[in-house]
Design a protein around this ligand. Structure first.
Ligand code: ZN
Length: 318
């Protein structure tokens, strides 16, 4: 039932999101979008707003831990929404990846953090996120210093403990980007996936930032290893995707299967010697397009097919 509440909002959000392009922000109306808050399980909440990636908040006696911070424009609304949930400070932000709809609010929280070391904000991200934010492409603005993830990690995972539970941050190499983190709240039994998983939308495999379909599938399989379904229809591990509604293990299985099947079809077509244009014309994702493409989708069927094709071709030519 609660999933239906968010459906309309997140459908619009998914359409606007995943873009990684600053233009998505400037094109929107001047008023910051409202933040919708939804309990996920135990200590964990979903905060969603149009144009932003999903924000996960873990809340307890030690303060607030966020997974991602949304677009910069909605950060003041996010601060206000969090103040209704907790009087504690935001002590951690874990960035799932570098796109501006996931890191845009970092600096707002950096500026709010206390000077007392006990109150300081730590921003965590895989090392490639910090590298990309500190080396913007030509013509792109510098990312604000206060929002940089200086608590970067370069190992396969990072283990933390906050608000009475283990929080595990896993690097998923070369999936949506080259800096993806998946965050598992072990006590609350919730996983935040970032844009590796976007129900109702084809994955955006950001080839320019190190993404690949091989890494995308490996990441989805890894999340499935971490997620444990309950015996009943609902429950077990809840999954907060990068955009869209709260999901469970069954939703993720369906999504992983879709990506694997389309990948297999494209691999077969490449094996027959087809060019990209011929593969696109063969429409290898056709039976999934109604479920994963809408009129305002960021990733069209052709774009998804092209990203899979290019990933596979790159692997062969290596
Ligand atoms: Zn993204």
């Amino acid at each position: 039932m609660r999933r239906a509440v968010l459906a309309a909002l997140v459908a619009a959000g998914a359409a606007a999101g995943s873009s990684g392009t600053p233009s998505a922000q400037s094109a929107a109306s001047p008023a910051p979008p409202a933040i919708q808050v939804e309990p996920v399980q135990k200590n964990v909440y979903l905060l969603a707003s149009i144009g932003s990636g999903n924000i996960t908040a873990q809340i307890g006696s030690e303060g607030v831990l966020l997974v991602d911070s949304g677009i910069d424009r909605s950060a003041p609304m996010l601060v206000a929404a969090l103040q209704k949930l907790s009087t504690g400070r935001v002590r951690f932000i874990i960035n799932t990846h570098v796109h501006p709809d996931h890191v845009g609010g970092n600096a707002t929280f950096g500026k709010l953090a206390g000077a007392d070391p006990a109150d300081q904000l730590k921003i965590v991200g895989q090392q490639n996120v910090l590298n990309r934010l500190t080396h913007p492409a030509a013509g792109q603005p510098r990312f604000p210093e206060e929002g940089l993830p200086y608590d970067e990690y370069a190992t396969t995972f990072k283990a933390m403990h906050f608000n009475g539970e283990a929080v595990l941050v896993y690097h998923e190499p070369n999936a949506h980007t080259d800096g993806d983190s998946v965050v598992m709240f072990r006590g609350s039994d919730v996983i935040s996936t970032g844009d590796v998983f976007t129900p109702g939308a084809y994955p955006f495999i950001d080839l320019d930032r190190g993404g690949s379909v091989q890494g995308e599938i490996a990441a989805l399989n890894h999340i499935l290893d971490l997620a444990v379904p309950a015996r009943t229809q609902e429950g077990g591990t809840y999954i907060v995707p990068g955009h869209g509604r709260i999901c469970d293990e069954a939703d993720l299985v369906e999504y992983r299967d879709m990506v694997v099947i389309v990948r297999d079809r494209i691999r077969d077509l490449i094996g027959k010697g087809m060019t990209l244009d011929q593969v696109k014309a063969a429409k290898p994702s056709r039976d999934y397009d109604t479920e994963y493409v809408s009129s305002n989708s960021f990733v069209s069927a052709d774009r998804f097919v092209e990203s899979v094709y290019t990933s596979l071709k790159k692997a062969v030519s290596r």
